[in-house]
Write a protein that binds this ligand. Structure first.
Ligand SMILES: [Zn+2]
Length: 99
């Protein structure tokens, strides 16, 4: 069994795309932006400030975002990206099922 990959929309998935020289999809770009925004907010805030809890993205929403990316990849004929994303989506489906 290969190590489960982080789903699109996470900072680690973004980094994986970079390492694999893959196109960065919208969900991962967003995650990267959030990651950077969090870092700069953290450095500006005093430690007495209350951090809002991050809102977790449910697997079905992640799946929907990936499906949108999948359509884009398919339209561009990017078979490699489609293949990779399909694998991620199958992992998301398991999460969605509560596996
Ligand atoms: Zn991604």
């Amino acid at each position: 069994m290969p190590r489960p990959k982080s789903p699109c929309g996470t900072y680690s998935a973004y980094q994986r795309h970079l390492r694999a020289k893959e196109p960065i999809d919208a969900a991962c770009r967003r995650a990267q932006r959030d990651h950077n925004a969090n870092r700069s907010r953290l450095s500006l805030q005093s430690d007495t400030a209350v951090q809002p809890a991050p809102i977790p993205v449910p697997p079905q929403e992640m799946f929907r975002r990936c499906a949108v990316d999948l359509v884009g990849f398919a339209e561009r004929g990017d078979l490699f990206a489609v293949d990779d994303l399909m694998a991620e989506m199958s992992g998301l489906l398991d999460e969605w099922r509560g596996a």
